[in-house]
Ligand binder design. Structure first.
Ligand SMILES: CC(C)(COP(=O)(O)OP(=O)(O)OC[C@H]1O[C@@H](n2cnc3c(N)ncnc32)[C@H](O)[C@@H]1OP(=O)(O)O)[C@@H](O)C(=O)NCCC(=O)NCCS
Length: 144
């Protein structure tokens, strides 16, 4: 079993390790301009406590997840556990902690998005009490 603790993400010190974790997490995590350092700096300035990592006693970051809260709904993004450490409850522990932090802010309901075709990860979320929603998600770049 991997020994680890969960703590708040520190910017910029943890950035490279977390980006590397996401980049190697497979097709379920799609990295975009919003994951560049200057954008993550904005996210951390907004709600620093809604970005957490799992860290080994040696200081290796082996898991991460972030969330946003707009005052009404929460949105959870980019959950990942490093492959050698999967299947030990670390993903669940990260979800439990980020959900607890959202709840503590008064968030009553949260969403997350899953890339189509990821039935494995759906089973993981269903196991944690998340339900499928019959909605179509739209997005628009607000860059120039
Ligand atoms: C999804 C992910 C974070 C799960 O992390 P993990 O640490 O392996 O998951 P856990 O060990 O905490 O699993 C928690 C529970 O879910 C179950 N579970 C985990 N993966 C599962 C899967 N693929 N299918 C079904 N159940 C699964 C576990 O059996 C465990 O159940 P239990 O509590 O009854 O024993 C990890 O697989 C990952 O990083 N995937 C790649 C990145 C990704 O796609 N992220 C999702 C973006 S939406």
């Amino acid at each position: 079993m991997t020994a680890y603790t969960i703590r708040t993400f520190r910017f910029p010190d943890d950035y490279a390790a977390v980006y590397d974790l996401w980049a190697h997490a497979g097709p379920g995590i799609q990295l975009r301009v919003s994951d560049e350092p200057e954008e993550i700096a904005k996210k951390v300035a907004h709600d620093p406590d809604l970005f957490i990592v799992a860290e080994t006693p040696e200081g290796e970051i082996i898991g991460a997840v972030m969330a946003g809260f707009d005052g009404r709904r929460g949105l959870i993004y980019h959950l990942a556990v490093a492959e050698p450490h999967r299947g030990q409850g670390i993903g669940k522990a990260l979800m439990d902690e980020i959900e607890a932090r959202l709840r503590a802010k008064g968030c009553l309901r949260a969403y997350l998005m899953v890339v189509p075709g990821h039935d494995d990860v759906l089973a993981f979320y269903h196991n944690l009490g998340w339900e499928d929603l019959p909605v179509i998600t739209l997005a628009k770049n607000l860059t120039d």
